[in-house]
Design a protein around this ligand. Structure first.
Ligand code: G3H
Ligand code: 13P
Ligand code: ZN
Length: 320
């Protein structure tokens, strides 16, 4: 058993309490490799923002769990080296079983998500409760989910949103003991969140209804990339073929982060930024074959994106 505390990481409890009270949200950026981790830490140190380093089960398989742990420990040291000791959470994104959550907790994660959102309500409650009971013994925080986002989540895919039912949240939170709750209000994973002609809009009315039922309880938004159109245009300019990619307007997320939404998950926008930068180098400098020559610019573009998110979407700058 490796405790996250020995790695210099923190759980999300205090961060969420302050974020809810302060009207901002903590960035949860997914990472799979060193350049993404460096960009996240550089951006959040410069912005003096707390951060959640988020790892999906796919990312854990891709990068290897031992390397993930040392990268997260390295991130803590790296932030200090860059000049500011920001709070860093290592979080499992979309954990799909008790065993996976337990294994991550034993491997140094300070926070886990158990995503039982596609299960019948009672099974979601039972699974989430079981994870909470184990996690809390180790002072690890747990995110649960109610409602199903449209689109693909790991192997599960849903055609349409099943919005979170506000009348269920109080019961779910009290029966499971979760520390935060992910909800479905019209966001979705990936770069195709709305069809062309559709108004890109999330259901802030459902969010507010939920907040009334569980005042001040930490709420999480998944699927919150905005799919910046200048980045999509750059990808396509340099040989990409992204068509009709639409995300969540940043103003709507900023609005949400002023409420009890205290964690906003962003992955796809980072993927797009990296892809744009790498494609540009490949087209403009076809003679290059040193990975640092394209991963370096990709890292710089990612950092610029994350700084923008922290300042204009999360509002977490200066909160570390
Ligand atoms: O919610 C999903 C995240 O964007 C992670 O995606 O499972 O492809 O690593 P992944
Ligand atoms: P995006 O695909 O919108 O970036 O969402 C990421 C996410 O929710 C990770 O859990
Ligand atoms: Zn997600």
């Amino acid at each position: 058993m490796v405790s996250y505390k020995s790695l210099g990481l923190v759980n999300s409890k205090e961060l969420f309490k302050k974020a809810v009270a302060g009207g901002y949200a903590i960035p949860a950026f997914n990472f799979n490799n060193m350049e993404q981790m460096q960009a996240i830490i550089q951006a959040c140190v410069e912005e003096k923002s707390p951060v959640i380093l988020q790892v999906s089960s796919g990312a854990r398989k891709y990068a290897n769990q031992t390397l993930i742990r040392y990268m997260a420990q390295g991130a803590v040291e790296y932030a200090k080296e860059l000049g500011y000791n920001i709070p860093i959470v290592l979080h499992l994104d979309h954990g799909d079983s008790f065993e996976l959550c337990k294994s991550c907790i034993e491997f140094g994660f300070s926070s886990v998500m158990i995503d039982g959102s596609h299960l019948p309500y009672d099974e979601n409650v039972a699974l989430t409760k079981k994870v909470v009971e184990y996690a809390h013994q180790h002072d690890v925080t747990v995110e649960g989910e109610l409602g199903v986002l449209a689109g693909v989540e790991d192997e599960v895919s849903a055609e349409t949103h099943t919005y979170t039912r506000p009348e269920e949240v109080e019961d779910f939170v009290s029966k499971t003991g979760v520390d935060s709750l992910a909800i479905s209000i019209g966001t979705s994973h990936g770069a195709y969140k709305f069809k062309p002609g559709q108004k890109p809009e999330i259901r802030l009315d459902i969010l507010h209804e939920i907040e009334k039922r569980i005042p001040g309880f930490p709420i999480v938004l998944h699927g919150s990339s905005s799919v910046p159109q200048d980045i999509v245009a750059e990808i396509n300019k340099y040989g990409g073929a992204l068509k009709d990619s639409i995300g969540i307007p940043e103003e709507q997320l900023r609005e949400a982060s002023k409420s009890a939404v205290c964690k906003i998950n962003i992955d796809s926008d980072g993927r797009l930024a990296m892809t744009a930068a790498i494609r540009k180098v490949f087209v403009e400098k076809p003679e290059e074959f040193d990975p640092r020559k394209y991963l370096g610019p990709a890292r710089d573009k990612l950092k610029e994106l994350y700084k923008h998110k922290v300042e204009y979407v999360l509002g977490s700058n200066g909160k570390a």
